[in-house]
Design a protein around this ligand. Structure first.
Ligand code: ASP
Length: 453
């Protein structure tokens, strides 16, 4: 029998109306047996996500402020979902008791305290959804992550899965015949305390469960029809989404801030080779984007363009650098020791630049790094320039084909965009271009016109 694990993000469970859509989606296919839910998200743009409300509540406790308003707002939010679905009063009693219990736990470890409160959005969301399913005539069970074996490291707010979890989760899920509603975002440490993944971590839960139960597909429901080949905020006319892409393409694209989910979040499904289908809760008839291990490619075809601002170039030059053994290692060691990670290292005969993220290079860090480079490497020139943007062109079809770079460069030239850095990824499925942030929009639009129209 086929199994699909379906994850619904915050906007998909934000209101009773949205939860009805979830129920329709799940019950329209027998394969859809495991449902992972986020905490209720925003119902309208000025709304607050339940997780943010819970974080604010936990902060009230940690900072010794009154919790009354924060508690009332959270209870209100769940009561409105309960009432719209006519779910049992006992659910609200659970919400109130648990909420009050969690905020009276010790705060000696603030991270642990915060996670205990923060995780409640997903817990309540899953309890509500399970009852809503059952009430509609589709028996469903709420999965308690502790009972299910979702064991995580004790890195509060950024937990990792513990290896013994997979087998436990597999046995737990396989034994349930009904629809399983699993809360995303959190699990338990070996010593039994609640711990969450990083923000947006319900995607991780879904990917873990898909891997644990050897699902045929991991369906990730969100509020977009598919992944677009370019950011629609930059190119609003983009209509056609990407139908299929490989894990590697997705990874390269999401590097530069592209995509609907955090690529690391889906690692467990990627490792297990489980295809991921990104779909829209509001338009379930759309096939969405499939992310697969392998796909047929068209030579030279670029599948997507990603871009991001916030980079800078650390430029060094030294006469006869090419003869000096260990220059690069020393330069990168200085950066590493000062806590700066690098993106890429374009180099020439007598010069080497390191592309880094602007935000890491504060005045204080810069002063230290500059002083060390001058004394330890005795460079002739040293400069840092921020305001760099990166544009990436990605496609499996680029491997082994000629002319893609030429085409991109000529599109840039036509649009009068000057390119400061070019880097072809070793995998040959991506090319990275460094340009001034101020010309980012022009550059991306020009490339889109040339490659996709
Ligand atoms: N509710 C959590 C958050 O807002 C996790 C998630 O939605 O995936 O970060």
């Amino acid at each position: 029998m086929r199994i699909k694990v379906c994850k619904f993000g915050g906007s998909s469970v934000a209101s009773a109306e949205q939860i009805k859509k979830v129920i329709n989606i799940i019950t329209s296919e027998v394969d859809r047996r495991v449902v992972v839910v986020s905490a209720p998200g925003k119902r309208f743009s000025a709304d607050t996500k339940v997780t943010d409300m819970l974080i604010a509540l936990a902060n009230c406790v940690l900072e010794g402020r009154s919790t009354d308003d924060a508690v009332a707002a959270i209870l209100d939010r769940f009561e409105s979902i309960r009432a719209e679905h006519d779910l049992s009063q006992s659910l609200m009693a659970t919400v109130e008791t648990e909420l009050k219990k969690r905020i009276s736990l010790p705060t000696t470890n603030p991270g642990a305290f915060m996670d205990g409160v923060k995780a409640l959005g997903e817990e309540f969301s899953a309890r509500f959804c399970a009852e809503a399913f059952t009430k509609q005539g589709y028996p469903a069970v709420y999965a308690d992550p502790k009972e299910a074996g979702m064991l995580l490291s004790d890195e509060y707010g950024n937990a990792q899965l513990l290896p013994e979890s997979m087998a436990l989760l597999h046995d737990y899920l396989s034994a349930i015949k009904e629809i399983v509603v699993f809360p995303g975002f959190y699990g338990y440490t070996r010593s039994g305390s609640v711990v969450t993944f990083s923000r947006g971590g319900s995607d991780i839960t879904g990917a873990i469960l898909a891997a644990a139960i050897h699902a045929d597909v991991y369906e990730n429901f969100t509020d977009v029809d598919s992944v677009y080949p370019v950011d629609p905020r930059i190119v609003p006319e983009v209509k056609e989404g990407i139908k299929e892409m490989t894990f590697r393409e997705m990874r390269e694209l999401s590097y530069a801030g592209f995509g609907v989910f955090h690529d690391e979040a889906i690692m467990p499904a990627v490792r297990a080779g489980i295809p991921i289908n990104i779909r829209n809760t509001n338009r379930p008839e759309e096939p969405g984007t499939m992310v697969v291990p392998r796909r047929k490619t068209i030579p030279g075809r670029v599948i997507g363009l990603a871009c991001a601002t916030g980079f800078g170039t650390l430029y060094t030059s030294k006469y006869m650098m090419n003869r000096e053994v260990g220059f690069g290692v020393k330069l990168l060691t200085i950066l590493a020791e000062e806590g700066v990670s690098f993106e890429t290292i374009p180099a020439g005969v007598d010069n080497m630049s390191v592309i880094i993220r602007d935000a890491q290079f504060t005045e204080e860090v810069k002063a230290k790094v500059f002083a060390r480079i001058h004394t330890e490497l005795k460079v002739d020139e040293l400069a840092y320039e921020g305001g760099l943007a990166i544009v990436m062109a990605v496609g499996e079809g680029m491997r082994g084909t000629t002319g893609v770079a030429a085409r991109i460069m000529s599109a840039f030239a036509k649009a009068d965009v000057s390119v400061e850095m070019i880097n072809q990824g070793s995998s040959e499925i991506s090319m990275m271009f460094g340009i001034r942030s101020t010309s980012l929009k022009t550059a991306v639009r020009a490339l889109y016109q040339d490659l996709f129209q």
